[in-house]
Design a protein around this ligand. Structure first.
Ligand SMILES: [Mg+2]
Length: 260
């Protein structure tokens, strides 16, 4: 991979730029209570920590209340990390994923409407990440956020930090296309040579990009500070294409990302 600065830097949001673990858990718990109204008001002690440890398996938000369902049903963390099958829990619950998504999004919208400051307080940004984005905002590299979250939530969080990305630079769940398809669209329209680097904290997503056609030149980086396991990071370290990135590197200039 050439060390020249990329034309486009595509960033996943959760686990790369923003640590919203506190928010994910509260939103997931409230969603779970709406799906199962008989559940008590407060989550059992320690559930938040168990949830945080298995969070690396989540691709999209609708899986989060199902993680709570699995943990409460006594499925072990190891079992979840090895073989997460959200569709089995979906079937047991008797709900469609779109229904759960709609409940989760309305939980978030109602939370923001009721107390936006409290919602924002449940997120933190990784040290140096916002500063890095602000520095890039005035440079030649275009920043694009590619997230499975609703784009407006990511946009709002970034805007409050002084990073004002337009809707055309935030690809959220509403785009309804898998990340490899979005990445292909980002490099397609140009006839001139473009380089695209993609930073993501979920190894399976990077693997999907590796398998996708026409994305062979995309630089792939696993955010080692995000929601992944030691095993994921080890796999990335051994991978001949994926680069395991540290938060320190992320905060530095592009050439340091690909230094051996
Ligand atoms: Mg992520």
């Amino acid at each position: 991979m050439p060390a020249r600065d990329p034309t486009i830097l595509a960033l996943d949001f959760d686990g790369v730029v923003c640590d919203g673990m506190a928010e994910y858990f509260v939103a997931a718990w409230r969603t779970w209570r709406r799906l199962r109204p008989s559940v008590g008001l407060d989550p059992p002690r320690g559930l938040v920590d168990r949830f945080a440890r298995v969070r690396p398996v989540v691709e999209t938000g609708w899986e989060m209340p199902l993680l709570i369902m699995a943990l409460l049903a006594g499925v072990s963390e190891a079992e979840i990390l090895e073989r997460w099958r959200p569709n089995a829990f979906l079937a047991e619950l008797g709900r469609a994923r779109d229904e759960i998504t709609a409940v989760l999004d309305s939980v978030r919208d109602e939370w923001i409407a009721a107390d936006e400051a409290d919602w924002l307080d449940h997120h933190r940004f990784y040290p140096g990440a916002i500063e890095r984005l602000r520095r890039l905002a005035n440079g030649p590299t275009r920043i694009v956020v590619v997230t499975t979250k609703e784009g407006r939530f990511a946009q709002k969080l970034l805007f409050r930090q002084g990073v004002d990305l337009g809707a055309e630079d935030v690809y959220g769940k509403e785009a309804q296309r898998p990340k490899p398809v979005i990445l292909r669209e980002l490099i397609e329209p140009s006839s001139t040579a473009r380089s695209l680097w993609f930073v993501e904290d979920r190894l399976k997503t990077l693997d999907a990009v590796k398998r996708a056609p026409a994305l062979d030149d995309v630089g792939l980086f696993l955010a080692g500070w995000g929601y992944n396991t030691a095993r994921d990071r080890e796999e990335a370290r051994r991978d001949d294409r994926i680069v395991l990135l540290s938060l320190e590197q992320f905060g530095g200039d592009f050439p340091t990302w690909v230094e051996a």
